[in-house]
Design a protein around this ligand. Structure first.
Ligand code: KIV
Length: 262
């Protein structure tokens, strides 16, 4: 897609119903992000989510995908301890959950791990810039890649490409740095808060749908306000139940009515 000039569309998904809808909408890549920790599980960061939980959510998404590529995040400390453990854990996501690729965070320090996975036939997506699993080391969600950190990020991107990544997420870095990385490496870059020059864009689906309201970075564009829609629907249901207006006769079953499947 990159070489043909088509922008790559990526959204996160965590369950079968959402994944079905996003796949039907023509999303190219469904990312089972470890953001499941914050937007689904109610955690403050992505650090606590476990491999078992990622396998579970990935299985739900992979079962739904007809067209999209399914990529799952390797969670914090599932790939940093040893290359063997990384291989075993990525293998679980491929064999048990049936995802087609994994994503992991970091640059040069994880390059050998990426090489081990790609040598075993596991496609790996990299992730540089604001890598949320390192949030306690960063001390906050500020933009990354300014000054010499930007030069290091370009070197990290090269190391990941040498190790075999097929794509690279760039999160919350200046747009001109993302443009440089995109020009300097041969694999697609997928931006989130990284400006318009990447090969594709990713957003957390709960953010772009207006479902997750606790925190809204400026790079999130809301394409729906499902939070409002859900509250309003629940309120109307409550009103109807309290007023005795639900269910109606048509929504109930009579002894003498023909039985159907609905
Ligand atoms: O976990 C996630 O949702 C991600 C995206 C923000 C890229 O890694």
């Amino acid at each position: 897609m990159r070489s043909e000039g088509h922008k790559i569309v990526v959204l996160t998904a965590y369950d079968h119903t959402f994944a079905t809808l996003l796949d039907e909408a023509g999303v190219d890549v469904l990312l089972v992000g470890d953001s499941v920790a914050t937007v689904v599980q109610g955690e403050d960061t992505t650090v606590p989510v476990t491999l078992d939980e990622m396998v579970y959510h990935s299985k739900l998404v992979a079962r739904a995908a007809r067209r999209a590529l399914v990529v799952a995040d390797l969670p914090f400390l599932s790939y940093q301890i040893s290359e063997e453990e990384a291989l075993r854990n990525a293998g679980r996501l491929m064999k048990e959950a049936r995802v087609e690729a994994v994503k992991l965070e970091g640059g040069a320090p994880v390059a050998d791990c990426v090489r081990r996975l790609t040598d075993a036939g596991i496609p790996v997506m990299g992730h540089l810039g604001l890598t949320p699993q390192s949030i306690h080391a960063f001390g906050g969600y500020a933009v990354r890649g300014r000054a010499e950190e930007g030069e290091r990020l370009i070197e990290d991107a090269r190391r990941l490409v040498e190790a075999g990544i097929f794509a690279l997420v760039l999160e919350k870095i200046p747009a001109d740095l993302a443009a440089r990385v995109t020009a300097e490496i041969p694999v697609p870059t997928i931006g989130i808060g990284a400006g318009p020059h990447c090969s594709g864009q990713v957003l957390v689906s709960y953010d772009m749908l207006g479902l997750f309201e606790r925190f809204r970075p400026r790079f999130v564009r809301r394409y729906a306000e499902l939070g409002d829609t859900i509250r309003e629907a629940a309120r109307r249901f409550g009103d109807d139940v309290r007023a005795g207006a639900f269910p109606s006769r048509e929504e109930s079953y009579d002894l003498d009515a023909p039985s159907g499947t609905g």
